[in-house]
Design a protein around this ligand. Sequence first.
Ligand code: FMN
Length: 453
Amino acid sequence: MRDPDLRDRNMRDTYMRDTYMKKTFDDPTFIEQARQMPHIARVPAEMHIGGVRIAPATVLAPMAGVTDTVFRRFIKNASLFTTPDSKLKTENSERNEGAQDVDLETTNETSGCGLIMTEFTSADGLSRMRETKRKRYLTYYEDEHPISAQLFGSNPETLADSARICQDAGFDLVDLNLGCPAKRVVACNGGSGLLRDLPLIETIFKRVRAAVSIPFTVKFRMGWNDANIVCVELARLAEDCGLNAVALHARTRENGYSGNARWEYIAAVKDAVRLPVIGNGDIRSPEDAAAMVEATRCDAVMIGRAAPANPWIFRQIAQYTATKQVTGTGTYDKPTDMDRYRMIRDYFERLMHEVAEHPEVPGPAETDAEKRLKRDHESAQRDAIGRMKQFASWFTHGVPGGAVLRRDIFDAKRGAEVMDKVEAFFTTRAELPACDTMPEHTEELEAVSSAWG
Ligand SMILES: Cc1cc2nc3c(=O)[nH]c(=O)nc-3n(C[C@H](O)[C@H](O)[C@H](O)COP(=O)(O)O)c2cc1C
């Protein structure tokens, strides 16, 4: 039998390759239109999924290869923000003041990101795994609550078993993935492949619902293609089967990531059900988030690709919403170079901390246990360096000179080497006059695809 871990990894890689190959997340006309919408609506302060309170109503989208525990905690931390009573800063505030605010936890009161989700996990793999491996897969920390575990698969029994495993592991919610467009996932009838089989979805909904008492949600695309749009029907089915919320990425499977997300389908789903509806697709700024709420009346917004490129987005949405409520005009902090440097250093330190959980075995490994430890250490090290490169890459895009840094760190073999280069880069930048730069993530996400291969 094939190693379920390996199969999951392959699927995850394929997911990432498939998603990153598409070159579309950059339509200035659409973004302009979204910004011109009357922003009467605000991202809601809270929503409830079953008995779980999500406050504010913002969700970090599940992203294979990205939203592991380090990234999730990093985003939660980056999302901390001051409440409306505290001093709210505007876009014109002093650059260095902004840098301090980002770092000072004492001035931060609450996280702007209401819910985080794991990367998708194969239900088949999970139900077959040994206990120790499972624990590794389902690792999360206390400060991640509320947290949802996302599963994919097509077998109702294994999905129900795996949902129970997630519940026993303490997750607050469990989610079913019906959106993944990757060929390998679809070939097993998982992800968006299931969108062609509503009767099977109904069976899965019922089995999983009966298996767990925690809130059960589903994240899906609009349908397989334009000739088979099923999102409204699917949302009604979810409601009838006792699910607690639905999240729609407003594209079809055939759309991949091309074109614009069609928010009108989020509005149609919202009209059709009483369940909380989470809108997803193409939110890149607080203005976009407000525009989606305005256009669809969705109960919460979910953000994917914008988060690794701009980890402040949840905090910015919270600030924008709060200032708008108080002053009528939404404003939010924009990160300085120094903020960006602190952020990258924080993320790298978190990654290195994870590596330290798998200590190096001095000398040659002789026993099986030593060999396993050595393998674990090497794999943790490789993973961390890969992620550092990924992140440095996303994060320095749009920063003048960022391309040189990206080239420089490409060959780095050790975490400390990547960190030194990043540090040298930002030190040089600090000597230059300040300029307003925000990372553009499109090309970077694609560049990363080749690194993730
Ligand atoms: C690298 C990558 C990995 C993803 N992995 C998952 C996943 O594991 N589960 C899932 O439901 N969606 C996954 N998605 C889709 C996102 O959750 C989200 O629906 C999509 O990116 C659209 O939202 P956005 O426009 O805010 O990025 C992934 C997307 C990307 C870019």
